[in-house]
Write a protein that binds this ligand. Sequence first.
Ligand code: ACO
Length: 326
Amino acid sequence: MNAKIISTGAYLPKKILTNFDLEKMVDTSDEWITQRTGIKIRHIVEDGESTSDLAYKAALDALKGSDLSPSDIELIVVATVTPDQPLPATALFVQEKLGAYNAFGFDINAACSGFMYALSVANAYIKAGMVKNALVIGSEVLSKIVDWTDRTTCVLFGDGAACVLLEAVEDENKGIISMVMHSDGRYTDLMRVPAPGSAKPCSEEVIEGREIYIKMKGNETFKMAVRSIASVSKEALDLVNMDFNDVDLMVSHQANKRIIESVAKRAGIDEDRVIVTIDKHANTSAASIPLALDWAYKSGRIKEGDVILLNSFGASLTWAAGVVRW
Ligand code: ACO
């Protein structure tokens, strides 16, 4: 059995924050953000929208593009670093909102590689014959863990959710044909949200010290990203005896346009075969790859039989790649 993506879905909050809006909030400029990252706008939640609200809407959109109804769904995996609350898992709130009571669900935290990790887990369940289908969702409300006074991070992130609906197929050449995952716990200080957690429970001290917000060593992370994404992509292609020439489309985690361009250059993939959505979505962590995939699919960039290379890099550190034959 293989796991095939039979439909995609997405949801972006209505409110848009432009680089010009950010110019009024911190010492930054549209020019700096555009040149250094490629970001022009980001979507931000309002009216108390939570990660599960976004995930639910993305899942509904994916179901709309299929013949399945919520009661047919057997597994829900939500990748997120911004769960609705520490307990229970966000996947269970999504299950309740969908009414998908025949499914079981859980969350995955692998930062910006979260969607790839979630995809690999759902793929393994399907390959093992334990489920026939799965909703794999990346959903984030990063605006709640961004320090809006820190110009080095607040310009980078956005909110959003996207989903792929996987179904078991007998054709071993279709669907997810290769996945490779990596992590390295020696670099946990490159990017983190230090509190609240069991090591540092919520207190006035952690709030005053702004430890509840994202801290990132951007430049060091950048350097590691390009090398890691290129090498894990080669590993994933090697597993199925392919190389970068076989790739019809590369859909990467959207953290920085310059990272994506450097990886493509290293791999010899021309820009026509690269999806860039960071200008519209900014970095939405676990939601960024499925958002880019949904955008590519719905704008006609993906055809039946295409070989899609997915790759990601996230805190701190996780990186992964996968090959999908559409
Ligand atoms: N506006 C204006 N100036 C700024 C801003 C800003 N928003 N932010 C930083 N600067 C300044 C810095 O203070 C610095 O000034 P200095 O030279 O006077 O000290 C200068 O710009 C250059 O700063 P760098 O950090 O060296 O800039 P860089 O070119 O590396 O770009 C960025 C920063 C965009 C963060 C980049 O390093 C990056 O994209 N890193 C990778 C991020 C990533 O992949 N993260 C992992 C995934 S995210 C996840 O897992 C959730």
